[in-house]
Design a protein around this ligand. Structure first.
Ligand SMILES: [Zn+2]
Length: 234
């Protein structure tokens, strides 16, 4: 009772706000208010074989399945949530997204035999600046629910990613394709790997990561992201 009173008093001066609309949260609401929670733009791809996100990789990557939890709109709720996750160390948002996405994967028979979850790695300089990889708690939550290990040290980023955002798409692919390496291929052999990222846009980063992973014998790859552009949704 006393603890509750102190929390109420704390909330009076420092109220928790909805991460999307910034209205004050009421008791039992976390991260998002009920309205925003019911208004999330789910992409509806996880259970859909040959969905448009998967098709966008045809001819580029031999992936087994691909999905994204939400569609991404400029200045929309998901952009705000990902911004908080990426730049404000709100990894509780990653856990929330990981819970929702793994629930979708477990309800689908397309991701049943995942052996390992790997995040798209940050460049060491980016990691040093940010202090964390925004995918860590998201990926760990996914792995926990899929009952498999989560590994951050197998796929690493090696070259500079500095020119990525400014260069044209072809140049960007050339840059990122050079910047990923697998530290120990034996850990991937005969495994079905789920590669996770926050947002898939052109797919160039995924393509570069997968190219590095596919140098291993008998590795099977699937892809899952928090969000993708609206054009991929159903
Ligand atoms: Zn809200």
């Amino acid at each position: 009772m006393r603890v509750l009173f102190l929390k109420d008093l704390w909330n009076l001066f420092f109220p928790d706000l909805c991460c999307a609309c910034h209205k004050q949260l009421i008791r039992n609401e976390t991260l998002l208010c009920v309205h925003c929670r019911h208004d999330l733009p789910f992409a509806g791809l996880s259970n859909l074989k040959e969905n448009s996100l998967e098709r966008s990789f045809y001819g580029r990557l031999p992936i087994t399945s691909a999905t994204a939890l939400f569609t991404f709109h400029k200045k929309g709720k998901i952009q705000q949530l990902i911004h908080l996750l990426k730049y404000q160390n709100r990894q509780d948002i990653g856990v929330f997204m990981g819970t929702l996405l793994s629930r979708e994967l477990l309800e689908s028979d397309r991701f049943k035999d995942i052996d390992l979850v790997l995040p798209v790695p940050l460049h060491p300089k980016q990691f040093k600046k940010r202090g964390y990889n925004q995918l860590t708690l998201f990926g760990k939550e996914m792995a926990k629910n899929l009952k498999c290990p989560y590994e951050e040290k197998i796929l690493i980023r090696t070259a500079s990613a500095k020119t990525q955002t400014k260069s044209r798409r072809t140049d960007r692919f050339r840059n990122t394709s050079l910047s990923f390496e697998v530290t120990d291929c034996s850990l991937l052999e005969n495994k079905h790997v789920l590669l996770v990222d926050d947002v898939i846009t052109t797919g160039a980063t995924m393509e570069a990561c997968c190219s590095a992973l596919l140098k291993t014998k008998n590795v099977q790859l699937s892809i899952a992201a928090i969000a993708c552009p609206q054009e991929y949704s159903i």
